[in-house]
Each structure stands twice: as structure tokens, then as C-alpha cells.
Design a protein around this ligand. Structure first.
Ligand code: PTJ
Length: 272
């Protein structure tokens, strides 16, 4: 059997060879595909993931300094909130289930499943993943607790009366712009993770993190550990210095200058 045919056979069985130079990325992609077959991830979640991969390539698949600054301010904002809530969708549940549960615990912020593409069985499938990852309770699955955000016209308007409905700060990673804008109009702070610094979500959020959620949530856990014991006044003072627009500008400048540097370097084109 030729080497090429052998590789195609292995890949078609969804087993990524360990020594593949893009192992981590391919493995994550397979997790997302598996998640779609299990109803956890929406079909559109595959497209969203591909867009994220492209932006992460431009970042160099590492967390730049500006992203760490964004993450620090995100945690300050969540720590200062009275009722912080973490909104979970299909992609987030597959990409970082244990980490999002851990973040929820240390921030004392409940997890709420809130989906753009509502389909029978999806919420339960996501709840199962979160519970298996250690979540003791998950909001957003009990129809008797439903509340409505009137500012939103689609099904994402349905929220939990114990969670997003009464929250003053919502962490909504990989979100759509309309809901972010609606939450802001309701006077809530919105923290997001979105690899696209130009998405409507990034532009509308209080704190936008331009990073891969897989790295971002791990780093946010570390920041929570460092910041949790600090006086409220100290956090408030630090928050005053935050300028979301300025950090998004830095993110765009980073991306464009990285592309220009790569275009000039000989090594970029020396794969073979
Ligand atoms: O599970 P549901 O039904 O709630 O649907 C979830 C998706 C993601 C399909 C839905 O919210 C959606 O359509 O989102 P958008 O409008 O495609 O936006 C997703 C954003 O997340 C895009 O700007 C992507 O670049 C970004 N993104 C994708 N993967 C990652 C990411 N950002 C950070 N880390 C990633 N791994």
C-alpha cells in the first residue's frame, strides 16, 4: 500500500497520527466534528471553528501580550460584578469543558447554556458534557425557569431567570453580535473571546479577548488566582485604565505586522 493511501485510510477513520506536525489542530478539528455528530456543536459551529483557525494562524497560535492584558481586564470585570454568568454554547463545550467549569467555580459564576441554533436534544447533550467535566449545576435547561430578553428577536432571547436575566456581567465566548449588542443595551457588561478583532461581538463588548478560547480560558484561570484576593478598590482603580478599543487596535496592528514580517522572511517559504 502506498504511503499516501495509508495516510488517507488513517485519516478517514478519524485517527490523527501522533507525529503529524499539525496534530493538536487536527485533533481539535476532529473533536468539533464529533461534537456535531453528538448534537453538541451546531453545523454552523464547524464554519465558525474554521474562521477561528485562520485567525489563530495569523496570531502564530500563541497568546500575544495584548491578549494577556485583555484577559486580565476580563477577570477584573467579572470579579467586580455582583452576578457574573458564563454563557456556554456548543463550540465552547467541546473546546474547553473542564476549564470553563473550573473558571465558573473559582469566579463563583454560574454556567448557563444559551444557544443560537436551538434544536431538540442539544441543550441536554451540552449539559451532559459539562456535568462530566465536573459541573455541579448548569442553568438554561429548565423550561420552567425561562425568561425572555425582549431586545433580541431570535431564539437566543430565551435565558434563565436565575442567570443571564439577572446578571450584570455576562461572559459570552464565541458569540453572535446581535446578542452582545442587546446585552449591552440592557446595561450589562459583556466579556467575550473572539479571534476576530473586527467581529461585531468584539466591537460591541466591554472587554474583548482576541485569542483562542483554548488558551484564553486556561490563562483566565491563572489570572483569577492572582486577582481574587485583591481589594475591590484596587481592582476598580485598575479597571479605570482599560480601553477596549485601544487593545483591539493593538490586536489588528499585531496581526498585520506579523503578516508583513512573515512575507519578508525567507524561512516562511522553506517548508521543503
Ligand atoms: O452552539 P450555538 O448554537 O450557540 O452556535 C455557536 C456558533 C459559534 C455557531 C454561533 O455563536 C455563531 O454562529 O457564531 P459566529 O457568528 O460564527 O461567531 C463565532 C466567532 O468565534 C467568529 O468570529 C470566530 O472567528 C470565533 N472563533 C471560532 N473559533 C474560535 C473563535 N474565537 C476564539 N477561539 C476559538 N477557538
Amino acid at each position: 500500500m502506498s504511503e499516501y493511501r495509508c495516510e488517507v485510510l488513517i485519516m478517514s477513520e478519524h485517527e490523527i497520527p501522533r507525529d503529524h506536525p499539525r496534530y493538536e489542530s487536527l485533533k481539535t478539528r476532529e473533536d468539533i466534528i464529533k461534537g456535531m455528530h453528538q448534537k453538541v456543536v451546531a453545523e454552523a459551529g464547524l464554519i465558525a471553528h474554521g474562521r477561528g483557525e485562520a485567525f489563530d494562524y495569523i496570531l502564530g497560535e500563541k497568546s500575544p501580550r495584548f491578549a494577556l492584558q485583555q484577559e486580565r481586564f476580563a477577570i477584573i470585570t467579572l470579579l467586580l460584578a455582583k452576578h457574573p454568568v458564563i454563557s456556554v454554547n456548543g463550540n465552547v463545550a467541546v473546546l474547553c469543558p473542564r476549564e470553563i467549569v473550573q473558571l465558573s467555580e473559582i469566579l463563583d459564576a454560574p454556567l448557563e447554556i444559551n444557544l443560537f441554533y436551538r434544536k431538540p436534544g442539544r441543550e441536554r447533550a451540552i449539559e451532559k458534557i459539562l456535568k462530566e467535566a465536573g459541573a455541579k449545576s448548569v442553568l438554561g435547561t429548565d423550561p420552567s425557569m425561562q425568561d425572555i430578553i425582549p431586545e433580541i428577536s431570535h431564539l437566543r432571547r430565551i435565558v434563565d431567570s436565575r442567570g443571564i436575566a439577572i446578571s450584570d456581567c455576562v461572559f459570552v465566548p464565541l458569540e453572535d453580535g446581535d446578542r452582545t449588542l442587546a446585552l449591552r443595551k440592557m446595561g450589562k457588561d459583556v466579556v467575550t473571546v473572539d479571534l476576530n478583532p473586527l467581529s461585531r461581538t468584539s466591537l460591541a463588548s466591554t472587554v474583548s479577548i482576541t485569542n483562542n478560547i483554548i488558551r484564553a480560558v486556561k490563562e483566565m484561570i491563572t489570572f483569577t488566582g492572582n486577582l481574587k484576593g485583591k481589594e475591590r478598590l484596587v481592582l476598580l482603580e485598575e479597571k479605570k485604565n482599560y480601553d477596549n478599543r485601544q487593545l483591539l487596535q493593538i490586536a489588528l496592528e499585531f496581526m498585520s505586522s506579523r503578516l508583513q514580517t512573515l512575507a519578508k522572511e525567507k524561512e516562511t517559504f522553506n517548508l521543503i
